[in-house]
Design a protein around this ligand. Structure first.
Ligand code: IMP
Length: 427
C-alpha cells in the first residue's frame, strides 16, 4: 500500500467509513482532508459501533497516526466530545493530530447557517446546520480563525474582535438576531485551545516525513463528488471539494504522491437534503430500500432519498476523480429484490443524453433510462470470495464496471469489518 485516497463517488453516505476502517489496517496514517462535522462515518468493529464526524476512521488502530488536515473545518466542541466518547469506549486518541492551518467553526457560523437556511425558505439547501458553508465562506474571504490562533491568545483575541464586529452587525442588522458575546467566545475557545494544544501541529510536515520513509497513507474523503461546489448539483452542494483533486491540497502533500484513488459507490443511490436526483424512487421500492438499509443520516437523522444506481452520474464522478478502483458497498441490501435497475442514460426533451448536466433546472427535467437486471434473491452477507457470489450479482457488478470503466476491487456485504469481498488488492 502506498498513498490511497478514498473518495465518496455519489452524494455522500456511500459507506466510506467502513472502507477506510478496512484499508486502514495497513496504513501508517489516516488523514481527513475536506468537509467538517457535516460528515458522519459509521463504523462497526470489535470495539463497538461508532459514528465519527471529525476524527479519521483510522483511530481504532493505536499505531496509526490520525490527522485532521488543513482542508477540514473543525468545530472544537464537536471534536472534544467525539474524543471523550471514544476514550470512554477505551479507544486511545493520543495519536490524533490537527493541522495548525485548519479553520475553526465558530458559534456565529452555526447561527448564520440556520438563519441563511431559514431565509432561503422553499429554496433551502437542506444543509446539516453545522456551520459548514459560513465557515468555508469565511476561510475564502480571509475572515477565518485557524487552529494555530488558539495557540496565540493575543492574535486570537484581536482577530476575533475584528471578525465578530462584522458578524454581529450581520446578525443584528440583517437578521434581527441577538449579537454574540466576544468575551464568552474568547474564553470558551481558549478553554478548547488548552485541551487541543498538544495535538495542534504542522501535520503536512509530519506527513511528508512519513512519505519520505515510504510509509503507507490513507486519505479519507468526506461527502461525495456530486456535492462538489464546482462539479456537483450547484447550489445544492457542500462548501468544500470532496474530489480526489482536493485530497492533496487538503492535507499538504503533492498530487504526485497519490498512487491509488478508490471511489466508494453504494450499490444503489441515496441523497440527503435538497437538489435533483434523477433516479429517486418516491414509491414502495424507495421506502423498502430506506427501511431495509436503515437509510437515515448519521449526522442529522434525516431520512435519505433512495433510488436506483445512476451510472450517468457515476461515470461523470469516475472521470472527474480518476478512480483506479471502486469499492461497492451495501450490495446485500439488494439481495431480496426480484429485479434491479441501472440508469444508463437520461431522457431530456425527447432526446437521449449520456452526460450529467451542469444546470440543476435541466437535471431536474431528466428522466432516467433504465436497464433492468434480474435479481439474485439470495443472501450475500456471508460471502467472502467473488466466485461465490450468485451469478446475477456478479452480472450486476460486471455491468457497473463496464458502465463506469473501472474495476470494482472491493465489495461490502454488511456493516461489520469482516463482511467484505476483496476482488483485487488495493494499493
Ligand atoms: P452542508 O455541507 O451542511 O452545508 O450541507 C450542504 C448539502 O450537503 C446538504 O444537502 C447536505 O445534506 C449535504 N451533505 C453534507 N454533508 C453530507 C454528508 O456527509 N453526507 C451526505 N450529504 C451531506
Amino acid at each position: 500500500m502506498s498513498v490511497v485516497a478514498v473518495i465518496g463517488a455519489q452524494w455522500g453516505d456511500e459507506g466510506k467509513g467502513k472502507i477506510v476502517d478496512l484499508l486502514a489496517q495497513r496504513a501508517k496514517a489516516v488523514v481527513r482532508f475536506s468537509g467538517g462535522d457535516n460528515a458522519g462515518h459509521t463504523i462497526v468493529n470489535p470495539q463497538g459501533e461508532f459514528r465519527l464526524h471529525l476524527v479519521p476512521s483510522g483511530i481504532f488502530y493505536p499505531e496509526t497516526v490520525c490527522i485532521i488536515g488543513n482542508g477540514v473545518v473543525v468545530n472544537p466542541a464537536v471534536l472534544l466530545a467525539e474524543t471523550d466518547d471514544l476514550n470512554k469506549h477505551n479507544v486511545d486518541t493520543n495519536h490524533l493530530f490537527i493541522s495548525d492551518r485548519a479553520n475553526l467553526i465558530m458559534p456565529y457560523h452555526i447561527v448564520l447557517d440556520g438563519l441563511e437556511e431559514k431565509r432561503r425558505g422553499k429554496g433551502a439547501l437542506g444543509t446539516t446546520g453545522k456551520g459548514i458553508g459560513p465557515a468555508f465562506a469565511d476561510k475564502t474571504a480571509r475572515l477565518g480563525i485557524r487552529a494555530c490562533d488558539l495557540l496565540n491568545r493575543e492574535q486570537f483575541r484581536s482577530r476575533l474582535s475584528t471578525i465578530l464586529e462584522l458578524k454581529n452587525a450581520i446578525l443584528t442588522k440583517i437578521y434581527d438576531a441577538p449579537p454574540l458575546s466576544e468575551e464568552e467566545i474568547f474564553l470558551q475557545y481558549c478553554a478548547y485551545g488548552e485541551k487541543l494544544a498538544p495535538f495542534i501541529t504542522d501535520t503536512s510536515t509530519m506527513l511528508r516525513q512519513m512519505l519520505s520513509r515510504k510509509q503507507p497513507v490513507l486519505l479519507e474523503g468526506a461527502q461525495g463528488a456530486l456535492l462538489d461546489p464546482d462539479w456537483g448539483t450547484y447550489p445544492y452542494v457542500t462548501s468544500s471539494s470532496p474530489l480526489a483533486a482536493n485530497a492533496a491540497l487538503g492535507c499538504g502533500i503533492s498530487l504526485k504522491d497519490i498512487d491509488h484513488i478508490v471511489g466508494v459507490f453504494k450499490a444503489y443511490t441515496t441523497r440527503v437534503g435538497g437538489g435533483p436526483m434523477p433516479t429517486e424512487l418516491k414509491d414502495k421500492t424507495g421506502d423498502f430500500i430506506r427501511e431495509r438499509a436503515h437509510e437515515y443520516g448519521a449526522t442529522t437523522g434525516r431520512p435519505r432519498r433512495c433510488g436506483w444506481f445512476d451510472a450517468v452520474a457515476g461515470k461523470f464522478s469516475a472521470q472527474l476523480n480518476g478512480f483506479t478502483d471502486i469499492a461497492l458497498t451495501r450490495l446485500d441490501v439488494l439481495d431480496v429484490l426480484d429485479t434491479i435497475k441501472i440508469c444508463t442514460a437520461y431522457q431530456l426533451d425527447g432526446q437521449i443524453i449520456k452526460h450529467f448536466p451542469s444546470d440543476v433546472s435541466i437535471l431536474e427535467k431528466c428522466q432516467p433510462v433504465y436497464e433492468e437486471l434480474t435479481g439474485w434473491k439470495s443472501a450475500t452477507n456471508d460471502i467472502r470470495h467473488l466466485k461465490q457470489l450468485p451469478t446475477q450479482a456478479r452480472r450486476y457488478i460486471s455491468r457497473l464496471e463496464e458502465l463506469l470503466s473501472c474495476p470494482i476491487s472491493l465489495i461490502s456485504v454488511g456493516a461489520e469489518r469482516e463482511r467484505a469481498i476483496m476482488a483485487r488488492q488495493i494499493g
